[in-house]
Design a protein around this ligand. Structure first.
Ligand SMILES: [Ca+2]
Ligand SMILES: [Ca+2]
Ligand SMILES: [Ca+2]
Length: 252
């Protein structure tokens, strides 16, 4: 009987210690977060009211907010204007305002409802849950060429602030850093690596701002959230486990 009580006590101490260990460790462990941006049912039409936002929740409850814009002019100049952010089986696309003859995406038919740079240049602005997330990659569903431009930053800005920004505003002085490592693609679906080891509030993904043959939808976004694990915290958690086990041992 004494042996059984002892085993029982050790078991309970271990569980309490484990719970404390987990609670102490979680805030400092780095974790990768994936947001699935494709739709499986109830997808949107190819055009709709400009300036809409969509939110996506990752498995851990992390909320991503997304809005679409396009440049005012077909040459990629001018402040961004509100566009329609569509939601499809291939992922997110943007339909810029205005008729195709004026450089807009018209009714979004054909490939115009994708993120494209034919006429007005589309951008997708992702607002991460905190400024501590490092964007890692986006999966692009190809409907043409898949060259991109990508930036991380914009801390402290709101979505409305993008209406007073243009491509030429995306500078380090304005709080944006270009991630250029994997911007070139072909006509095939691909994972674009946008990891600049840089955390920020916003990720901006554009169809190549200097071209006109890129068409894609954005199917997933991967980012690293939280902090890098600290060995000292793990040690603290272990000390906590043994400490509590001893404490419970003494009390009983
Ligand atoms: Ca478009
Ligand atoms: Ca367009
Ligand atoms: Ca291109």
């Amino acid at each position: 009987m004494e042996t059984l009580r002892y085993v029982n006590r050790i078991g309970r101490s271990f569980i309490w210690g484990l719970l404390l260990g987990i609670a102490t460790t979680i805030p400092t462990v780095a974790f990768a977060t994936t947001w699935n941006l494709n739709c499986s049912s109830g997808c949107s039409g190819v055009d709709g009211a400009d300036g809409n936002q969509r939110t996506f929740t990752a498995a851990g409850g992390e909320i991503l907010t997304v809005q679409g814009f396009s440049t005012a002019n077909s040459d990629g100049s001018g402040n961004f204007v509100n566009a329609f952010l569509g939601w499809y089986s291939g992922g997110l696309g943007v339909t810029s305002p205005g008729s195709t003859s004026s450089g807009g995406d018209g009714d979004g038919s054909g490939n115009r409802h994708t993120v494209d740079n034919s006429g007005k240049k589309d951008i997708v602005v992702f607002k991460l849950p905190t400024t501590g997330y490092i964007p890692l990659s986006v999966y692009l569903s190809a409907f043409g060429d898949t060259d991109i431009d990508a930036w991380v930053g914009g801390n402290g800005k709101t979505f409305n602030d993008f209406l007073s920004l243009s491509f030429s505003s995306f500078t380090v002085a304005n709080g944006f850093t270009a991630c250029t490592g994997d911007n070139s693609g072909s006509d095939s679906n691909r994972t674009a690596n946008i990891n600049c080891s840089l955390a920020g509030q916003y990720l901006i993904v554009a169809a190549d701002k200097d071209a006109s043959n890129d068409n894609f939808k954005i199917k997933t976004l991967d980012a690293n959230g939280g902090k890098i694990p600290e060995p000292s915290s793990l040690l603290l958690a272990l000390v906590g486990m043994f400490g509590l086990r001893r404490y419970i041992g003494v009390r009983r």
